[in-house]
Design a protein around this ligand. Sequence first.
Ligand SMILES: Nc1ncnc2c1ncn2[C@@H]1O[C@H](COP(=O)(O)OP(=O)(O)OP(=O)(O)O)[C@@H](O)[C@H]1O
Length: 649
Amino acid sequence: MSNTPKLSEAQEAILHAVADLARTDYQQHLLVEAGAGTGKTTTLVAAREQLVHAGVGVLALTFSNAGRQRFADVHLAQTGRGLPPKSVLTFDGLAFEVLCGAVEGRNYSGDGFFTREEIRQNAINESDQLLQLLSELVAELNDTWEGEIPDRESDLIDLLDLIGNARIANVFRDPRMYAEEDGLEEFQEMERTEFLASLDLPPWFYHLFSRFERLRRESRHLVGVEGAAYDLAGDPRALVRYVWANRINVIMVDEFHDTKALHFELLNVLIKAGCRLVLIGDRHQDMFAWRGLQPFSAFDSAGQLAGLNTLALPRSWRYGHRIAQMADRIVQRLQPGAARITGPRAQAGKLLAVPDLVAWLAQSAQQGVALADHCAILPTQADCMLLQLRLFDAGVPYRLVERVRHFFQGYEFRVLRALAVLYSRRFAADAPFHINSLYALDVLMNVPTLGLDKETRSDLRAELGLDGARRADGQRLLNADPYTLGLVLDKLAEFLPPVLTTAQSWPAWLALAVQHLQLHAFLYQRAQHPAAGRQSALLLDELVRRFSIDLAPAMQVQRWDDAVERFVRQRGNASGLSLTSVLHAKGHEYARVLLPMGEAGWRRHLLQPTAAGWRELYVAVTRARDGIMLETTDDNQTLAQEVHGVFGG
Ligand SMILES: Nc1ncnc2c1ncn2[C@@H]1O[C@H](COP(=O)(O)OP(=O)(O)OP(=O)(O)O)[C@@H](O)[C@H]1O
């Protein structure tokens, strides 16, 4: 059953422009800049349908898997049909198809890249393997560079990030970096060093990067972290062969605001292959502005394309004028004077503020109010976990959107659980066995202050079965038993700093463990960005508080397991409130969006505003169709003013 909404004039204009660019003899492209909820995906899906009917080969590209899924869902809703396979791909998915695919028995890639069988066996990324690869390489390079490259685990994690950013920024394909090592003239070497310095990179980084990339390819680490897209940019002819073999004439890019230099390079290759581009995005939703080594504006780069036609979608369909006003106030703070965001007058939008969101939700749940179309959106994963704890206490059902994790699967909970089990074994000789404790120990073993060397860690992981193959659901098949767990705990206890080896009461020991194992620093380094690190520390403190009750730690672990099991089995969860982080909220929409304004929420975004923070808040607010609900927990005057300034009411 087809259910395409009646398109607005502005949307129709885009459909005409797309039809035109597919028809003309000379190459034309279209850039559509539009606000959130203005019907970008809706329009793109309709434009795709129109082209497919006219016999034009179209490939739609997105950045995230969530974006791809959203495109497929909108297509299904609008046409009543599923999309043919491979007609919508993420950039990495496209790269994977091209590098590993074949037509009529011949690989697209001249390198013959990988066979399907090889990929099935081995090619999926394991980030810990990448770390291993990097650490071996750094050790080898440090022989020559006399230890100049920092090599503690936290340094290696930073280096892995830097390598990812160098890929995304695509800087090593700059002509200044091309020349082969052997034939390098002195002036070229100088040019290269200056170029690296201009990017704030140390001179050894080029060697590290190029050798790491070679190793990554040889070890078939293709998928993930833009590895595949980067390899594809180095093999442009494969991409050209792919679009020609599949008769693709038009490339559509949804979420165009997420385009970085690497992806733009791929778009340039597609242009050279004769494709026409339809690019659609919202510059205020660029939440990944920090990726890469230098700021990159996809919109400015597209502006340079020859034959570019630019259109706009001015009005939101998702929300009415009241939410549009909120979105607009945020955008004006980001870019004063930006085009105004509007929404239909008839659709007002509600704003509700409550002092205790969880109490309100508990009451609603009791009254049988369906909360499935309500979504609490939080800035980070740790914030989501803090809210989960409150919901858990109050017995309010919730479900997690996409890859947002349960609090009991987070590093913060796991590391404390591991300490509780370790304490029980060492001082009470009653460590309870549960499979979740094995995952918890895996986290504890990575705490650098414990000082486990690589071999010991790897031996202990093997004992616990943590090195086993993953099952289809991503978990590992663990085969340890209570006896092995005990032995591993005894071994781990040998690594405890002396202050933790003498018997003390439980909460005091826990406080010392958190301090001496420097768990805040450990979690901070594990977090994706500083704000996430800060919130992770907040979550750790809250969990420490909960683990500090006067009850034997073994009993506490048992209690958590029972409670979690009961909660997970709750029938109401499917219809419960959705809970997500802003990153995972992108592209989705909900009737009502719930925004906690406290410390474990959006407080900092308003009190210490940054461009990145405004973009996040903009994405969160614009997920709402009918209303926004704020939780205002404190009476800070400045915060109240800021809340009023953005949300009005
Ligand atoms: N012409 C229209 N008439 C009525 N509703 C529409 C129309 N176009 C889009 N919509 C609705 O507006 C909402 C937002 O559409 P869509 O998800 O396509 O927007 P978007 O710009 O891609 O959003 P985002 O910025 O979140 O990615 C959807 O509920 C969609 O069904």
